[in-house]
Design a protein around this ligand. Sequence first.
Ligand code: CA
Length: 239
Amino acid sequence: MRAYGLLYLLIRVSDMKILLVEDEQKLAAALTKGLSLEGYTVDAIGDGKKAMTRISLHRGDYDVIILDLMLPSMDGLAICKQAREAGITTPILILTARAETDTKVELLSAGADDYLIKPFSFAELVARLQALLRRPVASLPETLKIGEIELSPGERKVVRDGKEVPLTLKEFGLLEYFMRHPNQVVNREDLLNHLWDFNYVGFSNVVDVHIKNLRRKLGGGNRGEILETVRGIGYRLAS
Ligand code: CA
C-alpha cells in the first residue's frame, strides 16, 4: 500500500505546468483552484496581448495552454495562429462559446489541438488535458526515416532536408502514424480512432484539416507532395 501511495504522490506532483488564458475572473479562479488540486501548476492571464507575450517569452515553460476564444486586446484564435507561426508547438486547448462547424475547422486550421465548448464539466476538461499531455512512448527511441523526412518519437522531433519542422501534437501523431504504415492507404476512420480519444462523429473533416497543415509544413520538396490523397478512401505516404 505504501508503494502505491508513493507512486500516487509522484504522479500528483509531476510538475505539469498550464497556462490558463481566460478573462472571466470567476471561471479563471475556479479552474485555477480545481487544476491545482489535480496537481497541476497554473499560471492564469486574463488579457490576450499579455498572454501572447508570455507564450512568446516562456515558450518552454508550459506543457499545455488553455486558451479562451473571446479575450480583451487579442482573441484566442489570433494568439493560436501567431504562436504556431512562431514555431511554438505547445499543445493548445481552446475554450469556446461558439459551436458552429465553421468555427471548429477554423480553430483546428489555426493550429489548436482540441477545443471544448462552454459550458463544460471540469471532469471533461481534465480528461482532455490528460489526452494532450500523454507523452509518446519512451520505449520507442528509434528514428523513423522515409525519403528526406526523419522523425524521432522520443524527442518529438521532425527533420526534413536537415531542417527541423515544428509540428503540433496532432500533426506529429499523424505523420508518425503514416511513417509506421508506409505505402499503405490509411483511411480517415483509422486516423480518427488512432489520434482522437473523443467523439468526433460526423466530423472526419478534422483529419483533412490537420493533413492540410501537415502538408503545408512539410512542403513539397524535390519529390513533390509526400502525402498522396487516395480519392474516396484516405491518404498514403509513399516511401
Ligand atoms: Ca472570454
